[in-house]
Design a protein around this ligand. Structure first.
Ligand code: ZN
Length: 461
């Protein structure tokens, strides 16, 4: 029972961080149904239930801007890996891969196989996918993108070429229907083989549909290494030609030859932002994680295997140790492990900190929930930013860290009535202890809930 006079729940004695970046205040929070009723000095309101949270932080629930949770939302709807970090909204369909709309025969090409290894695990229509989520809702909110690679896999018989105008027409039609069904935009993964041969013009053609629907475009750029500035220019041109807001996914400078170049890339992003809507996200680690291929390990200083279909026991082990044990080169070991995935150590800590500290950088975990031995970001991203980088390293204030996870992504992705604590907004909340919050997951032991998160509330539940 909820009414205006008696809230369902009141949190007493909170340090309130409202998500805007403003300094915290102290007070109480009243919740009624799925909404925030009042906060701060709430007068003589009394709740059906009242909890003294003893000066801990209350802030808006976190938005994980970069996930591959498309399928796990249906198969593991509790999503403990995310809720245990304080995440209350996930953005799916990143890096060009989405669970819908896909119509194909045979095994989906990597990295689409990160979401499902059989076409039956995908949905023909985006409306069917969203209906499945509505019929059996997960424990948190999701906003869902269409993947360009998913569209390519549906209409093309080979990926090593540009799409023909007929194929682009079919993709435009599928994208249009998906946006009408409720998708928020389209991602590309031009870095990966199934989309690498797509010219800029193919993306711009599809982005025209995004523009018509007020949707956005996110991208795992063509190159995050030696040709990163060319990739940034391509990304900016897609946004400016089609007049569509852009989000650069998991911004990084990959490979030792590229270390230090975040000075240059952030200056480029800063200049481009004067002319067009442009956002970016990052995860707080120096290692990335994705599928194995014949070359990717060559750019990394070290590789840990996260899964392997032919050699399941390799998960969690170092590639060099596996190769030594097999008595083969690392190259031959990789060939034997494919299809599979890895954690690639290839970034510089200084770049990671510079990118995280950039005021427009949002936080996205890029966690891979189906991996047997996942990257620790799957369970640790948000507490690591709050505990390690804000409190311990002092990279920014706690209020600024929270802003990067709440109001900033809510504004970027057009998420209404969330991301800021104010009366009338949805009651998506996190209560955490600012003295103890931190990640527990490590590269060795990666499936570990974070420390210091006390309560997580999604839509008042
Ligand atoms: Zn990616």
């Amino acid at each position: 029972m909820s009414n205006m006079l008696q809230p369902d729940l009141i949190f007493r004695n909170a340090r309130i961080i409202d998500g805007t970046g403003s300094p915290s205040t102290t007070g109480d929070l009243a919740i009624s149904g799925d909404r925030l009723l009042d906060l701060g000095e709430i007068g003589n309101l009394h709740g059906e239930q009242e909890i003294d949270i003893e000066g801990r932080v209350v802030c808006p629930g976190f938005v994980d801007t970069h996930t591959h949770d498309d399928r796990v939302l249906l198969t593991d709807p509790d999503l403990n890996c995310k809720v245990s970090q304080g995440v209350t909204t996930v953005v799916t369909g990143n890096c060009g891969i989405s669970l819908a709309p896909l119509k194909m025969q045979g095994r989906p090409p990597a990295p689409l196989d990160l979401l499902g290894r059989h076409p039956d695990e995908f949905f023909h229509g985006f409306a069917d996918y969203l209906k499945a989520l509505d019929d059996d809702p997960p424990s948190l909110n999701a906003i869902c993108q269409v993947g360009h690679t998913t569209l390519r896999a549906s209409v093309m018989d080979s990926y090593d070429r540009p799409a023909t105008s007929d194929e682009i027409g079919k993709m435009e039609d599928m994208l249009e229907k998906s946006l009408e069904a409720g998708s928020c935009g389209m991602s590309t993964g031009l870095f990966y083989p199934p989309a690498r041969s797509a010219p800029t013009g193919e993306v711009i053609a599809l982005a025209g549909i995004l523009h018509a629907h007020g949707a956005l475009h996110t991208t795992h750029m063509r190159d995050e290494g030696d040709r990163i500035t060319e990739s940034l220019e391509e990304t900016f041109s897609i946004g400016s030609d089609s007049q569509v807001p852009i989000v650069i996914s998991h911004h990084k400078c990959s490979g030792t030859s590229c270390h230090g170049r975040s000075v240059e890339t952030l200056a480029m992003i800063d200049r481009a932002r004067m002319k067009q809507p442009l956002g970016l996200d990052a995860y707080p680690y120096t290692a990335g994680s994705t599928v194995l291929d014949a070359n990717r390990h060559l750019r990394a200083e070290k590789v840990l295997i996260t899964w392997s279909e032919p050699m399941p026991d390799a998960a969690g082990r170092d590639l060099s140790a596996i190769a030594a044990e097999m008595g083969v080169t690392e190259q031959d070991a990789v060939e034997a492990l494919i299809p599979g995935g890895g954690i690639f150590f290839m970034m510089d800590e200084k770049d990671v900190r510079r990118i995280l500290a950039y005021p427009q950088t949002m936080i996205g975990s890029d966690g891979l929930p189906s991996d047997m031995h996942p990257h620790p970001r799957l369970w640790g991203t948000f507490p690591r930013v709050l505990g390690h980088y804000a409190r311990d390293v002092g990279l920014f204030s706690l209020e600024e860290a929270v802003r990067k996870m709440t109001s900033l992504p809510a504004a970027c992705f057009g998420i209404k009535d969330r991301g800021v604590l104010k009366p009338g907004n949805f009651a998506d909340l996190v209560v955490f202890d600012p003295g103890t919050i931190n990640d527990s997951s490590t590269y060795e032991n990666s499936i570990q809930p974070a420390r210091g998160i006390h309560q997580v509330m999604v839509n008042g539940q």
